[in-house]
Write a protein that binds this ligand. Structure first.
Ligand code: ADP
Ligand code: ZN
Length: 717
């Protein structure tokens, strides 16, 4: 009997995007399973791929070649991951090969990996160490001796000690239940969730900043680990700090694995191996960790569920919230979302009863929510102060510095001045490759495009009228830093993309702030979220309007979330916090709701606006971007495509096809960009329409040089 395998290629082929049929060189199905990694000939080249289905019947009429090699099992995907990839490719309309890029599968087996070791012969090990200077300096050996066990890399030294019978590799032990003392309100929420989790469960833990959501996650995680189950704990990229890792490792020292895209291939393999074995581990990871072969998964936690960085902006453009939903449903396990500012998608699902809701409205130890004061910058200007920092904020900064407390000033704009304009002819300095204004950077003395990174040496000569009359307008963090230095004799830190090039400096700066090496910190959103600086008592939002008026239906939601996070940085220690929000829109509903810390007031208003306009979460929007260097071609192509889509939809009222229109950021990196939106409540129908329209488009657009990008879960427009 012959067994046929359908395999997915790892490398994109010029041919059709599909699975290819091969036959197994043996008839015993036990030797492979779905997910197995294999080698075969494809177009006269040796290629690798994963088996996506196995069949005893031949369903392909051409010549069928044999699979040449089955690679070791540690390199295989699990059948669940195979299903996940198929779902991704259907849900986000990408190829299987593209979907496979989401998985950090290992290319090879690494020998030198981390294992869990126990000391079996302490006496002998002690003697050995006494005699060897080298062992005395080996940190992992010293740690093992101290703790009698631990996670170590299998270096040559460790291997030798294992061979000589002093150490032993063992299975990970079940961790102890963490000894977290929950507050009364935390305890209530914890017990409620624990009870509800027994049944089909998606929950939202809505807790204000500083309420102690993490303590609840860890307590729940402990319950699962202790029963030998795995826990996936996802954080946004920026959330995986040394602080957070230490906090989790404190409770689960032997059972915590950290996973993110900056790990080396060997480090990734270490995690891959252990989760695939089914060891009871908690994986603390960023969105890529959602694609690990977790063989014994019991609970998924998605912290900061509203975060935009959970959406991948490269193809396949998936949203990890949607992926973990699928995974939890597929496995029948609980999914817990958490945030201080729920996304409208999640909150609407709470209102309609699809998601269970838990609220923590008090900060830990009843620390008060900060006092928030709004400063009307129009009034300020009328009264004679046109500077960046209002008089009241100056006064408050002064007060806090006197007391030895810390101040955080938030401005989400790096560089010195964001607008460069000619005062003679009105010429507006844009990036030559993008439709984006350039920013003056004083330290580097150049103009920079924050989109493509282009740099142009500083000049005051206007390219249009040739006069020496270019002027700088507006302000970024560099200018604020300069102003502050004039006003206050204080230690000032600037934290933005320019001062934070490496991961290392990021952790260092957080430590330095904690150690009070800074009095005033001026920072962008890099510093707005999640951090805990107990002596930080005053927060100033320099320009609250910045993100309010963008042409995007989620602009309000993003502003509310960001401002709430910023406010949440104040007063996390013993001294109550205070916040000053500078704005030209003091009556705006978002600013007002941020002031009161009233999520509900904002959310109900936001949802009713969305409902009126039929935007998500009351519909789904699919977006197609058509881009190219020749604008004429882009417009023609986009018009052809829109007509094909309308035909494919048979002009059904279930789909609203909008556009083509110039996209926001209409020119980027020399490419002109137009977009088409499909707004619908019938997303499976809309997917069919998209597929059909694109298929037709491919046939008739061969002569155009266009790129087409598909986004089925667009978050930013
Ligand atoms: P959130 O994630 O909700 O903003 P955190 O979990 O970071 O809040 O908690 C805020 C601070 O309060 C942290 O420093 C945390 O260690 C402390 N905290 C919260 N709950 C407890 C608890 N039960 N026991 C000890 N410390 C706690
Ligand atoms: Zn540019």
């Amino acid at each position: 009997m012959t067994v046929y395998a359908q395999v997915a290629l790892l490398r994109p082929s010029r041919h059709l995007d599909r699975l290819y049929t091969y036959k197994l060189p043996f008839s015993d199905l036990k030797e492979v399973s779905i997910g197995a990694k294999v080698r075969f000939n494809f177009n006269n080249r040796l290629e690798e791929g994963f088996i996506f289905s196995l069949d005893e019947e031949r369903n392909f009429s051409g010549e069928i070649k044999p699979i040449l090699e089955v690679l070791p099992e540690e390199l295989w995907l699990t059948p669940e991951l195979v299903e996940m990839i198929k779902w991704i490719s259907e849900y986000y309309l990408c190829s299987i090969t593209e979907a496979l890029t989401l998985i950090s599968y290992p290319e090879k087996i690494y020998q030198d990996v981390e294992v869990f070791c126990t000391v079996v012969d302490e006496k002998k090990l002690n003697e050995k160490i006494k005699k060897s200077k080298r062992l005395q300096n080996d940190l992992s050996v010293i740690n093992l001796l101290k703790n009698k066990r631990g996670v170590v890399r299998t270096t040559a030294t460790i291997k030798k000690l294992i061979e000589q019978g002093m150490l032993q590799i063992s299975e990970k032990p079940l961790p102890n239940l963490p000894s977290i003392e929950l507050s009364e309100s935390q305890k209530q929420v914890y017990q409620q969730i624990k009870r509800d989790m027994l049944k089909n469960f998606v929950g939202l833990l809505h807790g204000i900043t500083g309420s102690g959501k993490t303590e609840i996650y860890l307590k729940l995680a402990g319950d699962f680990l202790n029963r030998g189950k795995q826990v996936l704990f996802l954080l946004p990229e920026i959330g995986i700090t040394t602080q957070m890792v230490d906090r989790v490792k404190k409770y689960f020292p032997d059972n915590t694995l950290v996973f993110h895209s900056r790990l080396s291939a060997r480090e990734k393999f270490t995690v891959w191996r252990q989760v695939k074995k089914g060891s009871p581990v908690l994986v603390l990871g960023t969105r890529s960790a959602a694609f690990l072969p977790l063989q014994n998964l019991g609970l998924i936690i998605l912290d900061e569920e509203h975060e935009l960085s959970y959406k991948q902006e490269e193809t396949p453009k998936y949203h990890v919230r949607e992926v973990v939903y699928w995974r939890a449903k597929r496995l029948g396990i609980p999914l817990l979302l958490g945030t201080a500012t729920p996304s409208m998608e999640t909150y609407a699902a709470v209102i309609s009863g699809l998601i269970k809701y838990y609220y923590l409205g008090k900060r830990y130890q009843n620390r008060p929510y900060p006092q928030v004061m709004i400063v009307d910058m129009f009034k300020e200007a009328k009264e004679g102060n046109t500077g960046i920092i209002s008089r009241i904020l100056q006064h408050k900064i002064y007060e806090r510095l006197q007391k030895g407390e810390q101040v955080f000033l938030f401005l989400n704009r790096r560089g010195f001045a964001p607008v460069i304009m000619c005062r003679k002819c009105g010429y507006f300095y844009r990036c030559p490759d993008c439709d984006v204004s350039m920013t003056y950077h004083k330290e580097e003395r150049n103009f920079q495009c924050h989109y493509c990174g282009k740099k142009i040496a500083f000049t005051s000569k206007c390219p249009a009228c040739q006069e020496l009359s270019l002027d700088l307008y507006g302000y970024g963090t560099q200018r604020v830093e300069e102003e502050l230095k004039k006003l206050f004799p204080a230690k000032i830190f600037r934290v933005d993309y320019d001062t934070m090039r490496s991961k290392n400096s990021y952790d260092k700066i957080l430590e330095a702030i904690k150690n009070k090496e800074a009095d005033i910190i001026i920072g962008t959103q890099m510093l707005a979220k999640g951090f805990d600086f107990p002596d930080l008592t005053l927060v100033g939002v320099l320009n609250a309007d910045q993100s309010l008026n963008l042409p995007d239906f989620r602009a309000g939601e993003r502003s509310f979330n960001l401002l709430t996070q910023v406010v949440g940085r104040a007063g996390r220690g013993i001294v109550p916090g205070e916040v000053i929000i500078q704005t030209f829109n003091p009556e705006n509903y978002i600013i007002q709701a941020v002031q009161k810390g009233n999520f509900q007031q904002y959310a109900l208003k936001e949802l009713s606006l969305r409902k009126q306009t039929g935007y998500p979460p009351f519909s789904r929007i699919f977006r197609l971007i058509i881009a190219g260097e020749d604008e004429q071609q882009v417009v023609e192509g986009a018009n052809i495509l829109v007509n094909l889509l309308k035909n494919a939809s048979k002009f059904s009222s279930e789909i609203e096809i909008i556009g083509p229109a110039a996209a926001p950021f209409y020119k980027l990196k020399r490419n002109f960009r137009y977009h088409i939106l499909l707004k619908t409540n019938k997303s499976s129908f809309a997917r069919e329409v998209l597929k059909a329209g694109l298929r037709e488009f491919k046939k008739c657009s061969l002569n155009y040089k266009l790129t087409l990008v598909l986004d089925l879960s667009p978050q930013i427009f």
